[in-house]
Write a protein that binds this ligand. Structure first.
Ligand code: NAD
Length: 487
């Protein structure tokens, strides 16, 4: 069956999702389809009052449903059913995400949805396996570390992989026994609304998952500053992360997980499998047109093999298949908005004006919508804007080195430390340099996540605080109480 579809014939969920049902709301923020620029709807903006109602609904549901206190295996079963429903409804889910985001429908079904369902199952299994501990204390006492759900978690997600990001937040928070009020990006809310609907269908009590739509300034701020939000979990830009920390500090201190921006290096040594390395580098900057937090946007390659690696990357860049996200044959994504495409182009033009050599791309693709050509910039230095700033587009810079020390100097970034790639056949070097790289994830001879959801993800430096995925993400959604009993 073909996954291609007509974006004009989609029936969209309307309004917020609070207390287990859709709450209709007037649209405020104009929404455009990135694939053809058509304005198709407007996103509502939940006021502080509506956010308050959603949080009250979550609190009431926690009190009435026993979600946090039921036999934990009950949560496991319900969440597994939820994952099954995501797979059963994969086509509608993919359509709801594809038509207004940058994710091609084919990649959604084979990738994002399958992976998200599996991650939900992964987290569901923690519910009855991670718990309180008895700890060694003196013989006249009993020491315990008691683990409990937080209560209502406030979550905020970005537009670049909307469903995956919602899964990263909802999976561990729900398995750990919390209720959630989640605000998806105002550009891509529909797949998140639909999985909330599926959660209720799977048996998650109404009110445990609430989705409020809106922007950061009004709705996001109301969530992160609300006194009844017990924990905040955010994925987005470093700037918004800083604003959220400030709001939390002002409105009442509580724990926060921040998954923020990156400017990740991919370091290729001459002894690497050069085809493998060049293809991994290309795939990483072409996937989602570079709109990925872990995009390996800085190629740092040993000078004597630079020409060969660059040739392969250029070939991959010149042979992408740009097309609308609703066409199954499309593999190269548009940029999320005209504004973001303008931002990308401004950095590229500034780099060229400052002396960078543009080896590929350097402008929009002649196609309806917001496509930008894969771009390769050589002749850049550590202080070029194109090397320093997260561009969040299909722009790769290339720098060369002659020895390990120089490679590590170039790889280090003053602000970001989300991920790094190392390509070498020398195991000692791989281990030595893995220790030196200041990044929350290091991939060696690959540049992508696997389906090993046990590996946490998160940033060093200003790329974030705390982890998503892995056992860490589950534990971050539980608080602990130390108990000491005199016997
Ligand atoms: P963004 O920071 O502009 O917005 C992210 C979300 O935060 C949106 O829902 C937005 O409405 C909301 N928001 C913005 N300002 C807010 C505020 N002051 N208070 C509360 N909410 C606020 O980011 P974006 O453009 O949607 O996404 C791209 C960014 O996300 C990039 O920087 C990328 O690196 C980052 N990202 C990081 C990861 C990770 O795992 N580290 C994953 C995906 C994306």
């Amino acid at each position: 069956m073909s996954l291609s579809f007509d974006p004009d014939r989609l029936d969209l969920p309307r309004g917020h999702f609070i207390g287990g049902r859709y709450v209709p709301a007037a649209g405020v923020l104009p929404m455009h389809r990135p694939s053809d620029g058509v304005e198709f709807a407007a996103c509502p903006v939940a006021s502080a009052d509506l956010v308050d109602q959603a949080i009250a609904s979550a609190k009431a549901a926690l009190a009435a449903s026993g979600w946090a206190t039921c036999a934990p295996r009950q949560r496991t079963r319900v969440l597994q059913r939820w994952a099954d429903l995501m797979e059963e409804e994969a086509v509608r889910l993919a359509q709801l995400e594809a038509f207004c985001s940058t994710r091609p429908v084919g990649q959604l079904v084979a990738g994002d949805i399958a992976v998200t369902a599996e991650q939900i199952r992964f987290f569901a299994e923690f519910a009855d396996k991670e718990g309180s501990d008895l700890v060694p204390t003196g013989a006249d006492s009993l020491g315990m570390i008691m683990s409990e759900a937080y209560g209502v978690v406030g979550a905020i997600t970005p537009w670049n992989v909307p469903l995956s990001m919602a899964g990263w937040k909802l999976g561990p928070a729900l398995a750990a026994g919390n209720a959630v009020v989640l605000k998806p990006s105002e550009l891509t809310p529909y797949s998140t609304l639909f999985i909330a609907e599926l959660a209720v269908r799977a048996g998650v009590p109404a009110g445990i998952v609430n989705i409020v739509l809106g922007d950061g300034a009004t709705t996001g701020t109301a969530i992160t500053g609300h006194p009844d939000i017990a924990k905040v979990s955010f994925t987005g830009s470093t700037g918004a992360g800083a604003a959220i920390m400030e709001n939390i500090a002002r409105s009442g201190i509580r724990p926060v997980t921040l998954e923020l921006g990156g400017k990740s290096p991919q370091v290729v040594f001459a002894d690497a499998d050069l085809d493998l390395a060049a293809n991994a580098v290309a795939t990483s900057i072409l996937a989602n047109a570079g709109q990925a937090c872990v995009a390996g946007s800085r190629l740092i390659v040993e000078d004597r093999v630079a020409a060969r690696v660059i040739e392969t990357v250029l070939h991959r860049m010149r042979t992408v298949t740009a097309g609308p996200t609703w066409d199954e044959a499309s593999t190269y994504s548009p940029i999320i908005s005209d504004r973001q495409r303008g931002r990308i182009d401004a950095v590229v033009q500034q780099a060229i004006a400052a002396g960078a050599e543009c080896l590929a791309g350097g402008g929009a693709i002649d196609h309806p919508g917001y496509f930008y050509a894969p771009t390769l910039l050589a002749g850049v230095t550590q202080d070029s804007t194109a090397v320093r700033e997260e561009i969040f587009g299909p722009v790769l810079t290339v720098q060369t080195f002659s020895d390990e020390e120089e490679a590590m100097q170039l790889a280090d970034h003053p602000v970001y430390g989300l991920a790094a790639g190392l390509f070498t056949r020398d195991l000692s070097r791989a281990m030595r340099l893995t220790r030196r790289l200041q990044a929350g994830t290091v991939w060696v001879n690959r540049y992508s996540r696997s389906r090993d959801h046990i590996l946490p993800t998160g940033g060093y430096k200003r790329s974030g605080i705390g982890k998503d995925l892995g056992r860490e993400a589950y534990l971050a959604n539980r608080k602990t109480k130390s108990v000491l009993i005199n016997l």
